[in-house]
Design a protein around this ligand. Structure first.
Ligand code: M6R
Length: 589
């Protein structure tokens, strides 16, 4: 849940590392640090806080040296302090490392290293890596061999980078169960957790696999296994552009990404025909279909289950990825597991698919980050094509997931006319996006609300869950999403005079029954904000959505909920792009 970047080349490393690290701030933002080789020594500059503040505190832009590493932290082991910020160094300060992941056996390793005379400065699990490399470098005299020996001692997950002060052009990186990708430049090379960090410098990449080590200098990239066997460096050109990661005229990435959805939904529908047919056939032929995901992607999974049942009469189960151990007995070689993930790096999702694959299940996936770990675990992986999503809250990736899920369900149900209508959705999305000011007023009116309840039936239930999740993570306000009929079974006790209830109630077969639930809440004083194409006197306020074919309401109605949560954050003077305690890519269990 941290971001790491290494650079070696013909430029001063400090500004390159700073710019690249900022692009990965979504991965963690409680501390940051830089290690830069200059005059045969490694300068370490690090602190707790946000990257920009630290960068000016340590005057990073003035630092000299053309090789370095940097880290943005989401703390797991050890408090948020300057000492615990990365890089961590060996006793002799000649080796520096940054790390993303968790070293599970760090206590055992550090007590052994302490007994051997190593002195530790921090409370982190990462520091053992620096000392282990130091130990083996003294014996092996080769940075590569020292890193190989060190990583073989580690249990847990890691993407780690190492600098050696006596090798001023070298950055080494090793990966196991955490992302690491090499950026192939001209006279310079990069190695990072995410392509977005270096995309303004190069769009040519080489993905590292688990148990591989990359060695980069300005003129050379080599990849080896942990056993030292050379591995071919396969260069891939990524479709993302530098402009995809700029905020453009928007105040926040989150708002920019919400606003992109008319286009990104269309991009999601642009799938390789052979692959999507293969994906559908896998569903049709499976005895047992299980969908798995976390967070927002899990909500897309619930909608997929509803759509497969409703349209294609296919029974699928959906489970939260971190619950895999309680599902595994029902997974076997006749099971198809459909994994959904924006990042393709969520540790819970990866663990679920690995455990399912070990039982013989076939894995297919919907993933935004091409080349990510999940794509590699999958027999077929359909890309979301929504471009980099930087805001920590998932927005455009969710509607892209839904667009593909609709396409799949329509194909399986033989509803080709509906598939064609999917291409018109962008037009309706624009109509909803034009309601930004109206939604902002509603957010302003409810800025003191302590709780929000989101309700919807059937296809609108996962959207209610998603609306509540957006409200919680962006505005730090308690919110619950419920199946509308479920509210009266307990949660209604919490509804009081003025409690805002967001009722997702478009004019489909759920309309009348949801209206009854709305009446029950009105009778207890709730203030009802409806998201609907049809007004009703029971509503205190309405966010109007266009009248579309009822099948498509979910994909349209979630957008006002994203906008509402965004403005709820802005009204509370919070940063919607980087909610506290969260990170976009949750690469720890
Ligand atoms: O990258 P993934 O889709 O696998 O991420 C799963 C969740 O961590 C993610 O959806 C999270 O819930 C978002 N912050 C929600 O906005």
């Amino acid at each position: 849940m941290c971001g790491i970047i290494g650079y070696t080349g013909n430029k001063d490393a400090a500004p390159v590392l700073l710019q690249s690290l900022k692009k990965m701030e979504y991965r963690g933002y409680d501390s940051a640090g830089f290690g830069i080789i200059h005059d045969k020594s490694i300068q370490i500059l690090k602190d707790a806080g946000r990257i920009d503040d630290i960068a000016s505190r340590v005057s990073i832009r003035t630092k000299k040296g053309t090789t370095g590493i940097a880290h943005t932290r989401w703390a797991t082991h050890g408090g948020v302090t300057q000492t615990n910020a990365h890089p961590h160094v060996s006793c002799d300060t000649k080796i520096a490392v940054v790390h993303n992941g968790i070293i599970e056996n760090y206590q055992e390793l550090s007590s052994k290293l302490k007994n051997e005379g190593h002195r530790f400065a921090s409370e982190t699990d990462t520091e053992v890596i620096a000392h282990l490399i130091e130990k083996y470098y003294r014996i092996e005299k080769s940075p590569l061999k020292a890193l190989q020996s060190a990583v073989k001692q580690l249990k847990g997950t890691f993407a780690t980078l190492a600098l050696f002060d006596d090798k001023p052009e070298l950055v080494l990186g090793a990966r196991k169960d955490a992302p690491l990708v090499v950026g192939l430049g001209k006279g310079e090379n990069f190695i990072a957790s995410d392509i977005v960090s270096f995309i303004s410098y190069t769009d040519k990449v080489a993905f590292l696999k688990d148990y591989e080590i990359a060695s980069i200098t300005p003129s050379k990239v080599q990849i080896f296994t942990f056993d030292g066997e050379p591995v071919p460096v396969v260069s891939t050109q990524v479709a993302w552009e530098a402009s995809d990661i700029s905020k453009k005229e928007f105040a926040h990435y989150t708002l920019k990404e919400i606003s992109e959805q008319a286009n990104t939904i269309n991009a999601a529908l642009d799938q390789d025909e052979v692959k999507i047919v293969e994906f559908c056939e896998a569903i049709r032929n499976a005895e047992n279909v299980r969908i798995t995901a976390s967070g927002t992607s899990f909500h897309a999974g619930i909608l997929m289950r509803y759509l497969l049942a409703k349209l294609a009469k296919i029974h699928a189960q959906v489970f939260i990825s971190s619950e895999i151990d309680h599902e595994i007995d029902l997974i076997d070689e006749n099971t198809l597991v459909i994994a959904i993930s924006q990042s393709g790096e969520t540790a819970d999702v990866l663990e679920a698919v690995k455990k399912a694959a070990a039982k013989g299940a076939k894995i297919v996936s919907l993933v935004n980050t091409v080349g990510s770990s999940l794509t590699r675990e999958s027999k077929v992986s359909l890309p979301l094509n929504c471009g980099p999503e930087i805001g920590v809250a998932a927005t455009k990736s969710f509607t892209s997931q839904l667009a593909i899920i609709y396409d799949i369900a329509f194909r399986l149900a033989g509803l080709d006319d509906k598939r064609e209508q999917l291409n018109d959705l962008g037009r309706y999305v624009e109509i909803v996006l034009n309601q930004g000011e109206r939604i902002k007023e509603i957010a302003e009116k409810h800025k003191l609300a302590a709780d929000f309840y989101f309700i919807g039936r059937g296809l609108h239930f996962p959207i209610a869950l998603e609306g509540a999740l957006k409200m919680k993570e962006l505005s730090y306000t308690h919110a619950e999403g419920l199946a509308a009929g479920e509210l009266k079974h307990g949660t209604l006790a919490l509804v009081d005079a003025g409690t805002p209830v967001i009722a997702i109630n478009p004019s489909d077969e759920t309309y009348s029954e949801t209206l009854s639930n709305i009446s029950e809440m009105k009778a207890r004083g709730a203030r009802v904000i409806a998201v609907s194409d049809k007004d009703n006197e029971l509503y205190d306020e309405i966010i109007s959505i266009p009248s579309v074919d009822p099948a498509f309401f979910p994909i349209i109605e979630v957008i006002p909920l994203q906008i509402l949560a965004y403005y709820a954050a802005v009204e509370r003077a919070l940063d919607p792009d980087y909610p506290r305690h969260l990170a976009k890519s949750v690469t720890v269990k």
